[in-house]
Design a protein around this ligand. Structure first.
Ligand SMILES: Cc1ncc(COP(=O)(O)O)c(C=O)c1O
Length: 437
């Protein structure tokens, strides 16, 4: 389907400098493999898997066919008090990938909805146990947990919060884990495990039995790839166990092979109680998110309701939409058949070496990376935060590379089907453009 773009005026674009964009549009019209094509016919290599979604690359025929077949068979089924086969099958496939014991899967339509769902599951779980005073949530500075009001309140990025009032009450933030002494560390940094003690401080300040859950991105992605220091996640887990606090891993970016395992939980060998996911769940081909929970959480919430009553008063009209589930199953088939999680682990050293070869570019003040996810900081050079980042993103696009920029940080996450030559191309364009900054 081709749509003529006669006017850019009506569409209010999300997380976009609308006025600047409409003066200098960057429009994607086609995607195939690891490439996009723009509206002028130029080829653009996809350095961020779209927005960390398209792990299996663009234009996957198997997924398109699965979606279209599903719609012709059953286009929509009401998700409350009725089901359809694809929901159960996708939940089974996801549960097979999560750590043992995390076997129950709730469907949403985005990462943001997954986060707000996880907040509500945490509250409902404690209430079902007779621990309903546990209402506080903990997250971290520089965290990104989506944009619904719960996720905005957990967020640790000032721009995502400042215009939106006080948000949900009862959220405390641990410090982020960026430390100057860890600059240019490939993999997990050595320093910073002690930052996990912030959770202990928050617990002793508010009372440990008032805290429901702590939300952590195993690798803080959107802020520019903050890899957890050695021992940090383990210590957070210990403190949660000590105080009966649920540990939620937000795996919206780190899920489905990005870290070289199915999830960050397995790469870092730390088991959370709840996992949120989205993006690569359907290879970005349908909007979909999921929350996977430990069986004991599901059992506790269900057992607290007697008889045939509804146990959890939460859900979306499009929870487990047939087309999204079909896309998810086809995506899981590709991941399995093509061994993409192992491929990510194999390709990671080459990718990280290529990224770290940019250490000598003067405008780059830090580089970080793990698995198939890397981040760099661009010197703001006396400009307000984000000005040079946007300029860089535009110049990179003109030079044929798409990457996600957050402020002055770039996040590089090629599709897991990328070849070494694609990584060379991405890093070559980064060098060429960033050297001019
Ligand atoms: C860690 C994390 N959580 C939540 C979200 C929100 O996901 P969505 O944009 O699908 O609502 C994102 C999006 O980038 C994310 O990176």
């Amino acid at each position: 389907m081709k749509y003529a773009t006669n006017s850019l005026e009506s569409y209010w674009m999300p997380f976009t400098s609308n006025r600047d964009f409409k003066a200098h549009p960057r429009i994607f019209v086609r995607g195939e493999g690891v490439h996009y094509w723009n509206h002028e016919g130029g080829q653009v290599i996809d350095g961020s898997s779209g927005l960390f979604c398209c792990a299996a690359g663009h234009g996957r025929r198997e997924i398109a066919d699965a979606i279209s077949n599903q719609i012709m068979e059953l286009d929509y089924g009401p998700p409350f008090q009725s089901g359809h086969p694809a929901q159960f099958e996708l939940a089974r496939r996801v549960a097979a990938l999560t750590p043992e014991g995390i076997d129950k899967v709730f469907f949403t339509n985005s990462g943001s909805e997954s986060i707000d769902t996880a907040i509500k599951i945490s509250l409902a779980y404690h209430r079902a146990r007779g621990d309903g005073q546990r209402m506080r949530m903990v997250s971290r500075e520089r965290a990104y947990h989506g944009v619904n009001i719960g996720g905005t309140s957990l967020s640790g990025l000032v721009k995502n919060r400042e215009a939106f009032g006080v948000g949900m009450g009862g959220v405390a933030h641990m410090r982020h884990t960026w430390l100057a002494e860890n600059r240019f560390t490939k993999g997990q940094p050595e320093h910073g495990a002690e930052l996990a003690e912030d959770l202990e401080r928050i617990a002793s300040m508010y009372g440990p039995d008032t805290i429901a859950a702590v939300f952590i991105e195993p690798i803080a992605g959107s802020t520019g790839t903050l890899v957890p220091p050695v021992g940090y996640l383990e210590r957070v887990r210990e403190i949660c166990d000590k105080h009966g606090i649920l540990l939620v891993f937000d795996e919206v970016i780190t899920g489905f092979g990005r870290t070289g395992s199915a999830f960050g939980a397995q790469s870092f060998n730390v088991k959370p109680d709840i996992m949120t996911m989205a993006k690569a769940l359907t290879n970005g081909n349908q909007p979909m998110g999921a929350v996977a929970v430990d069986d004991t959480i599901y059992d506790t919430i269900c057992d607290a309701t007697s008889g045939a009553g509804i146990e959890f008063f939460h859900g979306y009209t499009y929870s487990g939409h047939p087309a999204a589930c079909a896309a998810g199953i086809a995506t899981m088939d590709i991941y399995e058949r093509e061994g993409l999680f192992d491929r990510a682990a194999e390709l990671s050293p080459y990718f990280l070496d290529a990224m770290f070869s940019l250490s000598d570019v003067a405008s780059i003040t830090d580089l970080r990376g793990y698995g198939m996810l890397a981040g760099f900081d661009l010197s703001p050079a006396d400009q307000p935060p984000g000005v040079r980042g946007l300029e860089a993103q535009k110049k990179l696009f003109e030079a044929g590379l798409h990457i996600k920029m957050t402020g002055d940080s770039g996040i590089v996450a090629p599709p897991l089907v990328a070849e070494k030559e694609h990584i060379d191309e991405i890093c070559g364009i980064l060098r060429q453009v960033l050297s001019t900054f």
